[in-house]
Design a protein around this ligand. Structure first.
Ligand SMILES: [Fe+2]
Length: 182
């Protein structure tokens, strides 16, 4: 069975307590739900994509130096669908493994992971936050490499290439998704 949001929430709660990581999980979930809508997925798949997004950093708080080394066997043992485990593993492609994102879900997760950080950081600079944030504000911050410097522009560009989408379009999807669950 595809991962449900309830299952993702239960599993992440066993490893992750840092409010920043939980916020990141939530933001990536929102982005993934919006990507699923963008790709014309039905409602149950929108939840499914969001659930994979929510769980993607399952081992990061406990093993920041060994990220994704404590995920595959653990999640399979918890009964998480093998395709969803692969999707989670593939967000480390070119960073901590060579599991290349192949599906739209995987490509979306790979891209949203880093981009959601820039979108969120841009929203924090504004009194009105995400509510009326426009893609061009994020594009400006994307070019400023000192802004949210930990969010890798290279990884995002690699993700855009996988998706075959423009940065502006992907930013719009992420804003939409993060706003929907804010
Ligand atoms: Fe992440």
């Amino acid at each position: 069975m595809p991962l449900s949001l309830a299952q993702a929430e239960r599993l992440l709660a066993t490893t992750t307590h840092d409010p920043h990581l939980l916020l990141h999980a939530r933001n990536v979930r929102g982005c993934m739900e919006a990507f699923a809508r963008h790709f014309g997925q039905p409602p149950e798949e929108v939840e499914h994509w969001g659930a994979v997004g929510y769980l993607h950093d399952y081992d990061y708080e406990l093993f920041p130096e060994e990220h994704l080394k404590h995920t595959e066997a653990e999640l399979l043992a918890e009964g998480v669908d093998a395709a969803d485990v692969r999707a989670i593993m593939s967000h480390g492609w070119s960073i901590c493994n060579d599991i290349k994102p192949e599906t739209d879900l995987e490509k979306s997760l790979f891209t949203a992971d880093e981009l959601s950080g820039i979108v969120w950081a841009t929203s924090l600079m504004r009194p009105t936050g995400l509510s009326d944030l426009e893609p061009r504000s994020v594009l400006k911050k994307f070019k400023d490499r000192k802004f949210a410097a930990k969010c890798s522009r290279e990884v995002i560009l690699r993700g855009l290439e996988l998706l075959g989408m423009d940065l502006a379009d992907v930013v719009a999807v992420c804003i939409d998704g993060m706003r929907a669950i804010a």
